[in-house]
Ligand binder design. Structure first.
Ligand code: MIC
Ligand code: SF4
Length: 647
């Protein structure tokens, strides 16, 4: 039987396990990436592992999230990452060089390779035919050390694109349509593979917009073939020799198939506060807009920016709107500057920001109270913008630029003919902001610089026989990592300072969460469906660990977060009967008797309250994950195993 692209990528990197849906598989990892908000932790973990130098084909450390330097913390963290990268054989993309996913696509992504990144939008690399997966920092550290990356073998969904996008409709509308159909839970345990005649009309950056937002489906990753379009992109980047073809076999099988007619798509928007609350802009109507932000790893390519500049050219941004634009990389920004498009943006009144994540992660540009902000980003979770009551809509660059001019949510098709833009055949190549690592013989002399903001990692302990826990929070459905461990300008600088971060844990749901945990001792969080969706930040596990959370019981989990809980030594458990969720209250004492033994032997798992009422539980854990939990987390497990091997 023939293979699809996802299976081919997995088969060529499989180091252990069978490619049977749901079974644990181990993958050899060719490339890794980190960004600075998760990178400090990933490199602290790498340092703790004691591996002298990265063993991957290419590992890159990017600085793009924490670029607001309102105190010493962010700059200190940059120094730490820079010095560690130089010493440990890792390439370093300096602040100002751009957003990790955009730069990686331009300069390092290679069809046919595997990439894991400590950022949930790492699947952007699927646009160039990579198996690119978001993971926790510790998983990335282990891959840098030459270890395999483990996932359950996903199902593969085929999204067949037919037809051709109409003027003013673009890649963002395609992925919003997929989100509308599948929802933020629809991709869990799946790889989304794109194909069909319609893909030939989509450039690599457009494909990358689609694979990027596959993260919002909860998918393991998304992938496009590597074809002539991919080759042309790599050629324009001066890297044609990195191209290899990648296509499904003619008789490839898929677990599900969806068809989308590109010709029939309209401009869409995801309404507050979930990326899957999608409607057509025409149906939502002309609501007044206060702010428009264009950029982020989803929509900041040269193609997107040239379209925006052409729409704004010769016009003025509506006086009630603040328009912010962050081009995705130094390459994009320099090319815009050279061809005059940047001048068109500035002349229209746009506020041009540096090439970084910026407003997408709440680092500046928080909207006014109750304000409506249209963003070309990928997440519109409540409060993420930094303004608790702001209403964020996710739209395409075309819809964003059109609305910035009119001051109301606008279907761009109402502006008449779409201005045409020409994408150059050759891009400007200058990697002067990417520092290579030191040669191995020079590495010893380099000292890793730890600023005062870098605090030790919290340590887990081996799982005891039984757990006696207090329920400190009932969290509800669709809890995001932004709820568990918020980001934003005030908090992000402390990503390497878990004790300080702990004050903000779950603050949106319970302002005194940290104090409640401290008073309770060992505790458990109870969640609904899709617990932990969103970011790959392992802080959403490490901070609860620091606060004494030993287990999370939920109706279902998002993949990366569940893996991060295991890595941190916190047990993720599922209600066998979801209605038991309603029977537990905050403050309840829950005992998980003989949990250790039950995990080891596959025995009955249950929680029992003080009145003796039992709630049967299940665990979706691989053998390796169980071993990791018993050891007290992945770092501990890795150390113990390294010691065993050394004996
Ligand atoms: C995000 O978009 O939420 C982030 C910030 O890029 C995160 C990583 C982080 O929390 O540092 C992600 O998506 O993984
Ligand atoms: Fe940065 Fe936003 Fe992309 Fe996360 S989603 S990597 S914060 S641009």
């Amino acid at each position: 039987m023939g293979m699809n692209i996802a299976q081919k990528l997995i088969a060529s990197h499989l180091t252990d396990g069978k490619m049977r849906v749901g079974e644990d598989i181990a993958l050899r990892i060719d490339q890794t990436l980190t960004q600075d908000a998760t990178g400090t932790m990933a490199y602290l973990e790498f340092e703790a592992m004691g591996v002298p130098r990265a063993r991957t084909e290419r590992s890159v450390a990017y600085i793009d999230h924490n670029t607001l330097q309102t105190g010493f913390e962010n700059a200190d963290d940059h120094r730490f990452i820079q010095s560690c990268a130089k010493k440990r054989g890792i390439w370093f993309s300096r602040p100002g060089n751009g957003i990790c996913h955009q730069v990686h696509l331009e300069r390092f992504g290679k069809p046919g390779k595997t990439l894991i990144g400590s950022d949930s939008h790492t699947p952007t690399g699927g646009g160039i035919g990579m198996l690119a997966i978001g993971a926790g920092g510790l998983d990335v550290a282990i891959a840098m050390g030459g270890g395999a990356y483990h996932i359950p073998m996903p199902k593969v969904v085929f999204v067949k694109l037919i037809g051709k996008l109409q003027p003013w409709v673009s890649a963002k509308d395609v992925i919003l349509e997929v989100l509308r159909r599948l929802s933020v839970k629809g991709g869990v345990g799946k790889i989304i593979e794109y194909g069909g005649d319609g893909i030939s009309g989509l450039s690599v950056p457009e494909r990358a917009t689609i694979t990027n937002m596959g993260a919002e489906l909860g998918a393991t990753t998304s992938v496009f073939p590597s074809d002539g379009v991919t080759r042309a992109f790599l050629k324009a980047q001066g890297r044609e020799s990195d191209w290899t073809p990648l296509a499904p076999d003619a008789d490839a099988q898929y677990d599900e198939t969806i068809e989308i007619d590109l010709t029939a798509l309209e401009p869409l928007a995801a309404m507050p506060h979930m990326p899957d609350r999608v409607k057509s802009i025409a149906a939502i109507g002309t609501i007044p807009v206060d702010q428009v932000c264009i950029g982020s790893c989803t929509n900041s390519s040269l193609q997107d920016m040239l379209k925006v500049a052409a729409i704004l050219k010769g016009k003025t941004v509506c006086s009630s709107v603040s328009l912010a634009i962050a081009p995705g990389s130094k390459q994009v920004l320099t090319m815009l500057a050279r061809n005059g498009a940047l001048a068109d943006m500035i002349a229209s009144g746009a506020r041009v920001l540096e090439s970084a994540c910026g407003p997408c992660i709440g680092m500046g540009q928080s909207p006014n109270s109750g304000g409506v902000s249209l963003r070309t980003f990928n997440r519109n979770f409540e409060g993420r913008s930094g303004t608790a009551d702001a209403k964020i809509y996710l739209v395409s660059p075309e819809s964003a630029a059109a609305s910035a001019l009119t001051g109301v949510l606008t279907d761009p098709r109402t502006l008449g003919e779409m201005p045409s833009v020409t994408i150059p055949d050759v891009f400007l190549i200058d990697d002067n902001m990417i520092d290579p690592p030191a040669a191995p013989e020079e590495a010893d002399a380099i000292e890793v610089q730890y600023g005062p903001n870098i605090k030790p990692l919290p340590v887990a302990v081996p799982l005891p026989e039984s757990l006696r826990l207090t329920c400190v929070l009932k969290a509800g459905d669709d809890i995001t990592t932004d709820h568990i461990m918020p980001a934003g300008a005030k908090i992000l600088p402390y990503r390497s300072n878990i004790p300080y971060l702990s004050k903000f844990c779950f603050a949106q749901l319970d302002a005194d969460f940290a104090a409640h945990c401290q008073a309770a001792g060992d505790c458990v969080v109870v969640g609904g469906q899709n617990y932990g969706q969103g970011s790959s930040r392992e802080h959403a596990a490490l901070v609860p660990l620091y606060l004494g959370v030993k287990a999370v019981i939920a109706k279902s989990f998002a993949r990366i977060h569940a893996a991060n809980l295991v890595n941190a030594g916190i047990v993720p458990l599922l209600f066998a009967d979801p209605s038991d969720y309603d029977k537990i209250g905050t403050g309840d004492k829950l005992e998980l008797p003989q949990l250790r033994k039950a995990l080891q032997t596959g025995g009955d798992l249950f929680a029992q309250n003080a009145a003796g009422e039992r709630y049967p539980l299940t665990a979706q854990l691989s053998r390796l994950q169980i071993a990791v939990l018993l050891a007290g987390g992945l770092l501990e497990y890795t150390k113990q195993n390294a010691e065993k091997k050394a004996i």
